[in-house]
Design a protein around this ligand. Structure first.
Ligand code: FES
Ligand SMILES: [Fe+2]
Length: 376
């Protein structure tokens, strides 16, 4: 006779129902672009005698160098019949439309129509302020039409032009996402392990002050930290779109200083051009050949590390209410800082100009070698 299977009588559950899941929220994308300097690339790359088309801020811009050596940027859609001025040619200090030959100066005014004695008064396009700094070319955007001011300056790097430093090695990608997703990175402590293999962050802080936001990090990184794996980075956004990072790591058993550049240029609200530059300080103990090899190796490693981030930005959605927990960095404070560049200048909260330091408690004292970062 088969043994009967014994079943327990059902007992009423006293367990609480699970809490509801977190719903991802995302407001519609902003209706304007950030106010600030945006990097277009290496300034010299625009100095080849040709007009250059740049898709940015939801429009088309033509950048060209006049015969006087000055770089200029104006809207590229010709008001006559809509051709792209960037496929035209440069004559003197003007860009000339390929379609019917109208010539525009750096202020955006049409100064010549080859077949007409008169120029329509409205024959003018928007011109864009440019800045050459650190061998890079920046364009100013302000939805309100305001001019750039000194209090939002891109700083001059002491390494530029120094024989002790390599030139920029610059890489660019187009990312299919809003540029905020990139800027979040500055406060993202928890991604260093999974994305970059920096399993042991020793110290992490963010400093917010006016148009600057800084990340200070001391960590362990096998690739960029050399045999002792020690890596220190101090990365500062100057405005919404340009970051310089001073990094100290190790190569060939010797300390290596480098400066990284991270820039974003919104093409439209769902795409941006991402720029990543590296310059490395030569090591006095190495000869020229050894230094060249070291610079190349270190540059390749940093690009490889940065590419790990790129894959994330390509494949994420926008989330306005990230589900944060202990061990995350101050993502929301960073976003409050970043929001100032989308507000009217008169509406920026005055408290954003005050210095705020957010240190993540990792159970360690502040590293004394970082004092200079906090004295900035
Ligand atoms: S479209 Fe540019 S000159 Fe006609
Ligand atoms: Fe990263």
């Amino acid at each position: 006779m088969a043994t009967p299977i014994r079943t327990s009588p059902a007992t009423p559950s006293t367990a609480m129902p699970p809490p509801p899941m977190h719903d991802i929220e995302a407001a519609p994308l902003p209706d304007r672009y950030a106010r600030g300097w945006h990097c277009l690339g290496l300034a010299d790359s625009f100095r080849d005698g040709e007009p250059h088309g740049v898709s940015a801020f939801g429009t088309r811009i033509v950048v060209f160098e006049g015969e006087d050596g000055t770089l200029r940027a104006i809207n590229a859609w010709c008001p006559h019949m809509g051709a792209d001025l960037s496929i035209g040619r440069i004559e003197g200090n003007r860009v000339v439309c390929r379609f019917h030959g109208w010539g525009f100066d750096g202020d955006g005014a049409c100064k010549n129509i080859p077949y007409s004695k008169t120029i329509p008064p409205k024959a003018r396009v928007r011109s864009w302020p440019l800045l050459e700094r650190n061998r890079l070319l920046f364009v100013w955007h302000d939805a309100e039409g305001g001019a750039p001011t000194d209090d939002v300056a891109i700083p001059e790097l002491e390494s530029i032009g120094s024989p002790e430093w390599s030139d920029w090695s610059l890489s660019q990608w187009v990312i299919d996402n809003n540029c905020r997703e990139l800027v979040d990175n500055l406060a993202d402590l928890a991604h260093f392990g999974p994305v970059h293999g920096s399993s042991n962050v020793k110290y992490f802080a963010n400093i917010f002050e006016g148009y600057r936001a800084t990340q200070v990090m001391v960590g362990i990184n096998e690739r960029l930290g050399g045999t002792r794996n020690h890596l220190t980075t101090i990365a500062t956004y100057y405005g919404p779109a340009c970051l310089f990072c001073r990094m100290t790591g190790e190569a060939e058993g010797l300390p290596v200083e480098s400066i990284l550049l991270v820039t974003n240029l919104p093409i439209d609200q769902q795409h941006f051009q991402l720029g990543f530059g590296v310059m490395v300080k030569r090591i006095p103990a190495l000869n020229d050949e050894q230094n060249a090899a070291m610079v190349k190796q270190y540059t390749d490693l940093t690009i490889q590390a940065f590419t790990e981030d790129v894959a994330i930005w390509h494949n994420k959605i926008r989330i306005d209410n990230p589900l944060l927990c202990a061990g995350d960095g101050p993502i929301n404070q960073l976003r409050d800082w970043y929001a100032q560049f989308y507000a009217d200048a008169a509406e920026v909260p005055p408290q954003l100009s005050e210095r705020r330091v957010v240190e993540i408690d990792l159970g360690l004292d502040r590293h004394p070698e970082l004092r200079h970062a906090f004295a900035v």
